[in-house]
Structure formats: structure tokens, C-alpha cells
Design a protein around this ligand. Structure first.
Ligand code: BGC
Length: 363
């Protein structure tokens, strides 16, 4: 009898596991085929991810009434992603965020990477991990594995760097992203996901309430490169240790807010080491959705979509206006390769870089 119940239990668990189905997502301009994967959990929460740039295309989660709504910006088809856009939903690498003067020294050798953000290099250069086709594999547990080999010298970075990213959607309404990287030559790595969230599914994000578990942030210069100082948030508009509306102080006469044209900064997360800990919590009062961000990473870039300007039309023809979304990019600090005091982003042959980030919808 026990055995029969055990068998039922196994079948029930298998049934409850996240489902993954895939479809064709069209070809890139170079003729490479791309796929789109739909992961659905037992409550009907659904995420769509494409192998082009490993991008999260849509993420449907319930509001307080149980109605499902898409909480990320993006496009209905591959075409939108092939056109110029600010990294909607993308995996970012080899080095996420900025490298000052687009160069760094490693083992005494000067490496130059593309200048694609004024004098600096942003999000891996001209053709970063957001613009390549990853090799997808459906996992037996309903997860999606994406791998990419970034060749020695690609975008100026040393070493053949093999990157694996695994997306899972759990029955606890978590989008879990696990990153791993290895190299055959000393290199630098900073991996993140660049999803743009709007928990109401519409309007701007100024009324979203944010908590950031950080006592310090990294102030920047006019090119948004950290000065190297870890500045206490206390007494500044960067203090989100208590839940605060994003728009409450965004227009204050503050030098750092002016430089970022709003929030576009890295916060230094309060943590002991590289344990998985709560980094951020976002609550949208009208629809009642709450998202927590958990990560093993030391930093988080909070960006309020200041450079969105209404020129991009996304899903269903929706115009993406200024501050209509927010990004919470878990990461190592910007410009770490030039900041010896920041946690290192160097990766050596034989070692493996690993990190985990979880976007959890708790209501
Ligand atoms: C950067 C912003 C940038 C955005 C899109 C963010 O990670 O911090 O400055 O505009 O990405 O490119």
C-alpha cells in the first residue's frame, strides 16, 4: 500500500513540476536560428525566454486579485530584439556594467575593450552576450540551460570563456538564474540579467515602493564610473533601507541623482560573503504585486529607466516612456577591473565563477 502511495506521490510531483515547451523564434540577420521557451509552474506563472541573448521576453505573475499580468518590458518577436534597444531582458557579459576608459590591466597586460558608452565600455561591448545566440538545452526538471563560448579576444577580452546560465521557474513563483563561467586564460567576468520590471504592467515606476538592503552605494563621476568610494546612504536620497516610493526623492537637488539622471547606481549589499541573501524588495501598491530579489552577488545596480524616451514601441505597440520600468541588476561593482579595492572580478583557469539570483514574487 505504502508503495502505491509513494508512486502516486512521485507522479503528482512530476505533474506539478514546471513545464517547458519550445518554439521557433525566427532567424537573426546572419541567418542563425533562435528558439523561444515557455516555462509554466503549477500556479500558471509563466516565463518566456529566448536563446537570442538569453532574454526574458515575458513574465506573467498574479496580482492581488489573482489576475496574471506581464511585468517585464520587451518585444513580441525577434525583430524587436535585433533592433537597437537597451538590453531588454538580456543576459549581460562578458563584463556587465561599465569599464572606465574601456580598458584594464590584467597580469601587467593592457586590454582594450569597445567604447560604446562615451569613453567607457558598457555591458560587454558592441556585441555582448545580449546579442549572441546561446545554445539551449531543456532540462528534465523543466529548467532551461543556455551555454555560450566567448572566444579568446572576443570584444577585446582575454581567454576562451565558457558561460552557462540556467533558468528555473519554481512552484514558489521564483525565477531563479544560476550563472557559471570558466576560462583558459586570466580574464574578468561580471554577469547579470537586464530585465526591466513594471509590477503594475503600465505607467511609470515612481509609485513602486523599494527596499534595498544596503548601507552604502558607489557614487559615480560624469561617465557613471564609480569614484572608488563606498558612500553611506544615510541622509541621502539613496537610502532605501526602509521601504520608500521610488519617486519620493528622485528629483531632489542631489549631485549623484543629477549625474545618473535619476537612479542609475550600484548599491553595496549588506552581507557577510557570497551567501544567497535578500537584496531588494519592490512593492507596487495598486496591483499588489511584490517582488523580492535574492542574490549571492555583492552589488546591485538600481536603474530607473532614465534613458527610455518613448521612441521604442514594445509588446502590443506599447510606448516605453521615461521611467516606465526599473532594473535591479545583481552584479559585481562597475569598473572593478580598475578598482583593486572592490571585490575582484578576475577569473583564472581552473577556477569556476558561480552566482545565483532569484526574482521571487511573493504575492
Ligand atoms: C546602465 C544604464 C544604461 C542601461 C541600459 C544600465 O545597466 O546602468 O546607464 O542606460 O543599463 O543601457
Amino acid at each position: 500500500m505504502d508503495k502505491i502511495w509513494a508512486a502516486f506521490a512521485v507522479i503528482a510531483t512530476m505533474h506539478a513540476a514546471t513545464k517547458i515547451v519550445s518554439g521557433d523564434f525566427g532567424k537573426t540577420r546572419e541567418g542563425a536560428a533562435t528558439r523561444i521557451y515557455t516555462l509554466t509552474n503549477k500556479s500558471g506563472v509563466e516565463v518566456k525566454i529566448t536563446s537570442f541573448g538569453g532574454r526574458v521576453v515575458s513574465l506573467k505573475v498574479p496580482d492581488k486579485t489573482g489576475a496574471m499580468g506581464d511585468v517585464v518590458l520587451g518585444f513580441d518577436s525577434l525583430e524587436g530584439y535585433l533592433n537597437e534597444n537597451p538590453y531588454f531582458g538580456a543576459l549581460i557579459g562578458r563584463y556587465g556594467n561599465r569599464i572606465g576608459h574601456a580598458q584594464f590591466k590584467l597580469d601587467g597586460v593592457l586590454y582594450k575593450v569597445p567604447k560604446n558608452d562615451g569613453d567607457n565600455s558598457l555591458h560587454g561591448g558592441t556585441r555582448g552576450f545580449d546579442k549572441v545566440v546561446w545554445t539551449p538545452r531543456e532540462l528534465p526538471d523543466g529548467g532551461l540551460e543556455l551555454t555560450y563560448l566567448s572566444k579568446d579576444g572576443e570584444e577585446g577580452y582575454p581567454g576562451n570563456c565558457k558561460v552557462t546560465v540556467v533558468y528555473h521557474l519554481t512552484d514558489a513563483n521564483e525565477l531563479k538564474i544560476e550563472y557559471a563561467a570558466s576560462t583558459d586564460k586570466d580574464t574578468v567576468v561580471n554577469l547579470t540579467n537586464h530585465s526591466y520590471f513594471n509590477l503594475a504592467g503600465d505607467g511609470d515606476v515612481l509609485g513602486h515602493m523599494l527596499t534595498l538592503n544596503a548601507d552604502h552605494f558607489t557614487p559615480v563621476d560624469s561617465g557613471l564610473i564609480p569614484t572608488g568610494v563606498l558612500k553611506p546612504v544615510a541622509g541621502t536620497p539613496f537610502d532605501f533601507r526602509k521601504s520608500t516610493a521610488i519617486g519620493a526623492r528622485i528629483e531632489e537637488n542631489d549631485e549623484q541623482l543629477k549625474l545618473g539622471k535619476g537612479y542609475d547606481h550600484n548599491w553595496v549589499l549588506n552581507k557577510k560573503g557570497f551567501e544567497l541573501s535578500l537584496a531588494a524588495r519592490v512593492e507596487e501598491p495598486s496591483k499588489g504585486r511584490v517582488m523580492e530579489v535574492w542574490t549571492t552577488q555583492p552589488g546591485i545596480q538600481f536603474y530607473t529607466g532614465n534613458f527610455l524616451d518613448g521612441t521604442i514601441k514594445g509588446k502590443g505597440g506599447k510606448v516605453y516612456a521615461r521611467r516606465s520600468a526599473l532594473c535591479l541588476e545583481t552584479q559585481h561593482f562597475p569598473d572593478s577591473p580598475n578598482k583593486p579595492k572592490f571585490p575582484t572580478t578576475e577569473l583564472k583557469p581552473g577556477a569556476e565563477f558561480r552566482s545565483t539570483t532569484v526574482y521571487k514574487f511573493v504575492k
